[in-house]
Design a protein around this ligand. Structure first.
Ligand SMILES: *[C@@H]1O[C@H](CO)[C@@H](O)[C@H](O)[C@H]1NC(C)=O
Ligand SMILES: *[C@@H]1O[C@H](CO)[C@@H](O)[C@H](O)[C@H]1NC(C)=O
Length: 332
């Protein structure tokens, strides 16, 4: 009897720890990606966003050039910054748009790698569960899309963040579009959990390079501009934890903005298909290093001590190149 009384709370406690631990893992599951041999410890990848339009708006041309650069760099993987399928995400697992806008477009041998994808606001207008479904990985094994997750490589750790539920406008102007909020409401609770889990994961990270990926920009001089919710809630966590890069899409352009208050570089790669909006907010922005309003993509080559970032147009021409040294980072 006495024994029972002692043991019961302990069992309860263990069960609770297990349940909580599991919940955290569910929010930010972590995966390892073994780097390619033969690249001398360099991690190479491409970043593209805002693309799925059945090849239209130069999506196919951008895809072709991605294939060329991917071959040259012998890339490890591709990152998609979201808005994977226009206009309204996927209708279900069997939606032919998946193959029409993804499988049949990015056909180069060099692009037959893992595609790590986040969801954009347009993806939320369709059936979100479909894009997250393991069924799509059977249709095309490259596909890997979750809400928030971590990918660990030898020299860099990637933190993918589900940013759409942060944006209040999508909730307050519901008559404009319908969003699939299943699983992320109440939004305040959801984003608090995402931020807490991200902070813990960043604090625990021993990676040389810390890279955060989301659909919405923290800083942008393009059409949508800064996402105020992210600047307020996400940016302080990135600054405190020595994040090197924040990569996003959403604005259909290519851009690099330096943070005045940290070494973070804001890198927008959201030019996978429709672009040329022609509206720029502020070309005099102090941190602005590069802005291009047309179609294209970005490549990243990471070494232990150095990162090289390049932006390409629809012809595969290099528009802008930037090299950073992580030693320099440590000095600042
Ligand atoms: C890797 O390093 C070796 C020795 O320094 C060099 O011969 C080789 O070309 C390098 N390979 C690549 C892919 O850079
Ligand atoms: C495709 O790219 C070319 C070259 O940049 C551009 O002139 C053209 O307007 C683009 N087409 C579309 C539909 O965006």
């Amino acid at each position: 009897m006495a024994n029972n009384i002692c043991i019961k709370p302990m069992v309860l406690c263990l069960v609770l720890v297990f349940v909580l631990g599991h919940a955290i893992a569910e929010h930010f599951p972590k995966f390892d990606h073994n780097m390619k041999n033969g690249n001398n410890g360099t991690l190479n990848f491409l970043v593209v966003g805002d693309w799925g339009r059945g090849g239209e708006y130069n999506q196919s041309q951008v895809a072709f050039q991605m294939g060329r650069i991917a071959e040259k760099l012998d890339i490890d993987f591709v990152i998609s910054t979201g808005d994977n399928f226009y206009d309204d995400g996927l209708t279900g697992e069997k939606d032919p748009a998946f193959e029409e806008s993804f499988t049949n477009i990015y056909t180069a041998k060099s692009l037959q790698k893992q595609w790590y994808s986040v969801l954009g606001n347009h993806d939320y207008r369709g059936n979100v569960a479909a894009q997250l479904s393991p069924y799509l990985r059977q249709v095309d094994s490259r596909w890997f899309c979750l809400r928030s997750f971590i990918v660990n490589t030898d020299i860099a750790e990637f933190f993918y963040v589900d940013t759409t539920p942060f944006v209040r406008d999508y909730f307050t102007s519901p008559n404009e579009h319908t969003y699939d909020w299943r699983g992320v409401t109440p939004a305040r609770k959801y984003i608090t959990k995402v931020l807490n889990d991200l902070e813990t994961a960043l604090q625990n990270s021993k990676a040389k390079w810390k890279i955060v990926v989301g659909h919405h920009a923290i800083r942008s001089v393009g059409h949508h501009g800064d996402t105020v919710e992210l600047a307020k809630l996400l940016l302080p966590i990135l600054r405190e934890n020595n994040v090197d890069f924040y990569m996003n899409g959403h604005d259909h352009c290519l851009e690099q903005i330096s943070d005045g208050k940290s070494t973070i570089q804001f890198l927008t790669s959201g030019a996978g298909s429709k672009a040329w909006r022609g509206d720029v907010k502020d070309l005099d922005d102090e941190g602005l290093k590069f802005f291009y309003d047309g179609q294209g993509f970005m490549s990243v080559q990471l070494r232990e001590t150095e990162a090289e970032i390049a932006f390409y147009d629809v012809f595969g021409k290099v528009l802008h190149k930037w090299t950073s040294s992580s030693e320099l980072h440590a000095d600042m």
